[in-house]
Design a protein around this ligand. Structure first.
Ligand SMILES: Cc1cc2nc3c(=O)[nH]c(=O)nc-3n(C[C@H](O)[C@H](O)[C@H](O)COP(=O)(O)OP(=O)(O)OC[C@H]3O[C@@H](n4cnc5c(N)ncnc54)[C@H](O)[C@@H]3O)c2cc1C
Length: 577
């Protein structure tokens, strides 16, 4: 496949990879700028996470009125959400509606996976290799690998590439001894069968008690004959108290949508942020506040006081409140004890929002196996054996998460200047400037990548910011007649330092979380997202732009390799302060 005859001569101003929330908005804005763009998407349709994650119970945990695009006033007014937290089918319908309303599909090539991208220094373009066909999106549940066809595919070139590949789009299967021998069906929540799964009369084993597990366990338990949850790490979860969205509440919210959206640009999601520290109020006041917020439900709970993520003793008080709730809800004290998280501060792993999670363990058909007490010894053809017992199951559901933030980027063979592989450059952890670009890879932008607030904020707010920033940057380059832009090494080094320092000021690095790659064996332990309010980060990015894209190196167009050598790199301004 690596010969010239298969190379297409197609050339676009911008190639976008991924057609989730990020890729779609990117395409829309590029079109508005009059640029030619092509989106490549491995799936058969738009949606990203919401295309793949069709497991029972899948829904957003940022309220739907906020977990939606803000770029079109008409769109936000006309779309009607039915629930406080929309379920996956409704979010997917919304994304499909956006694709139709803005006529986006005609520039998206579906069932097409990008497998390689190489920067051509002389021509100052990216050459991208794709594979096409049904197979391009096939996820093999047994091996945890994407199967790619040996032949087919095309080469295209683009002046710029935008990685809208998703922070949580590469599912990760558990590495359980003997897993290959299991004869029942294996499902991953992040690659769920489109036709759905009927668990009636089925004995189901579930591995993974993070966000997806906590959402799906109660839903599967309602249908299956029995459910055995194999729990390695208990997690904190807050009740969603989900329900239908009252038309009056929706109307009231929509009447102030502009004001709320502007505020969201500063804070990500509108919560009741407290200006009080838990350490400065009495025990009774703390508990009353935790209870008030617990009764309202959702992530708002975590914002009860302003020191919870920086003061371990304060965090202990909110963690203990949740543990008390678990002991109240779960009738078997031993099960309750196993469900109580004690090894990480609340909020240092992604906080979960549930519908009936802890209560599900009171059902007769649900059993919890605490793997810290009785680890799995082996998966057998018909079940799972722990050090204490054998559990016969017909199906295994893996809610074991993703190779987060870097997985989708490193799955592509990306080569920058001088053939530098991104996998080599990031061998000890991802390095970016502003989370948007990485040194050595000119004209490659990343949306919600490592080094940006990414998964720590309402991601649609982050996505819209990145897209706008990238478009402004493309406009700047066009206005100045420049062809390439690249993060300088110095600016990148300083940014990485800043990202590390920001994380170290909080309790976040204290957990073995996927934020620092702890769920993937061998992955470098680096805290990847930038712990900053989106408004603070937005200002930092804006300042860089206002100062003439300080910390980025730019080059004018070059016609020949010989000419290229003559051009000295122009540092817009030498480095980030
Ligand atoms: C179950 C679940 C619930 C979530 N709930 C929330 C929430 O409530 N609030 C919140 O803020 N965030 C939530 N998230 C995070 C979610 O990732 C973002 O909100 C958002 O959907 C990300 O959009 P995206 O377009 O950046 O990425 P994605 O939606 O992941 O889309 C990326 C797309 O790129 C495609 N792709 C990747 N690599 C390639 C390749 N090499 N070639 C071609 N195509 C490729 C993928 O197929 C995918 O369709 C949730 C995530 C999950 C998994």
């Amino acid at each position: 496949m690596d010969n010239e005859e298969h190379r297409s001569t197609r050339r676009f101003d911008v190639i976008v990879i991924g057609a989730g929330f990020a890729g779609l908005f990117m395409l829309h804005r590029l079109r508005e700028m009059g640029l030619s763009a092509r989106v490549y998407e491995a799936a058969a349709d738009v949606g990203g996470v919401w295309y793949w994650n069709r497991y029972p119970g899948a829904r957003c945990d940022v309220e739907s009125l906020q977990y939606s695009y803000s770029f079109s006033h008409e769109l936000e007014q006309e779309w009607v959400w039915t629930e406080r937290y929309a379920a996956q089918p409704e979010i997917l319908r919304y994304i499909q509606h956006v694709a139709d309303r803005f006529d986006l599909r005609r520039d998206i090539q579906f069932n097409t996976r990008v497998v390689a991208a190489q920067f051509d220094e002389a021509a100052q373009v990216w050459t991208v290799r794709t594979t096409t066909g049904e197979q391009s999106a096939h996820f093999d549940e047994q091996t945890g690998q994407w199967t790619l066809p040996a032949e087919a595919g095309q080469w295209v070139t683009g002046g710029f590439i935008v990685m809208a590949t998703g922070a949580l789009s590469v599912p990760r299967l558990p590495d359980l001894p003997g897993m290959q021998s299991f004869r029942g069906r294996v499902y991953h929540t992040g690659a769920w069968p489109h036709e759905g799964v009927d668990f009636t009369g089925v004995r189901v084993g579930i591995v993974g008690t993070g966000s997806s597990g906590i959402q799906t366990i109660p839903a599967i338990a309602r249908q299956a004959q029995s459910v055995v949850v194999f729990q390695r790490t208990p997690n904190f979860s807050i009740p969603a108290w989900n329900g239908p969205l009252k038309p009056d509440d929706e109307k009231a919210w929509k009447s102030k949508y502009r004001e709320y959206r502007l505020r969201a640009r500063e804070v990500g999601t509108l919560y009741e942020f407290s200006d009080k520290a838990a350490s400065q109020v009495s025990h009774d006041e703390r508990v009353a506040e935790y209870q008030r917020r617990w009764d309202k439900g959702g992530v708002n709970f975590v914002h009860s006081f302003n020191d919870l993520m920086i003061d371990k003793r304060s965090n202990d008080t909110i963690a203990e409140f949740v543990r008390t709730k678990i002991r109240e809800i779960v009738t078997d004290p031993q099960v309750a004890d196993s469900l109580c998280p004690t090894d990480h501060p609340l909020g240092s792993k992604r906080i979960c929002v549930d519908t009936g999670y802890y209560g599900v363990y009171n059902r007769e058909n649900v059993k919890l196996v605490d793997l810290r007490k009785t680890p799995i010894e082996e998966v057998l053809p018909n079940g799972v054996r722990t050090t204490k017992a054998f559990h016969e199951i017909d199906a295994l559901v893996c809610a074991t998460g993703y190779d987060a933030l870097t997985g989708a980027l490193l799955a592509i063979d990306i080569r920058g200047r001088g053939g530098l592989a991104l996998t080599d450059k990031w061998a000890h952890g991802p390095r970016t400037y502003l989370g948007l670009m990485t040194h050595g890879f000119p004209n490659m932008f990343v949306i919600t990548g490592p080094g940006s607030p990414s998964v720590l904020v309402n991601m649609i707010v982050g996505i819209e910011h990145h897209v706008e920033w990238i478009c402004d940057c493309l406009q700047f380059l066009a206005n100045k007649g420049l062809a390439t832009m690249e993060a300088s090494k110095d600016a990148e080094d300083k940014w990485v330092e800043r990202v590390n320092e920001a994380a170290d000021r909080t309790l976040l690095p204290l957990a073995n979380s996927w934020f620092l790659g702890a769920n993937i064996p061998g992955k470098p332990r680096v805290f990847m997202p930038y712990v900053a309010k989106i408004g603070v980060y937005r200002k930092e990015c804006q300042q860089v732009a206002d100062d003439g894209y300080v910390g980025f190196m730019v080059l004018p167009p070059q016609r020949t390799a010989a000419e290229a050598k003559q051009h000295a790199t122009i540092e817009a301004i030498s480095s980030y302060p």
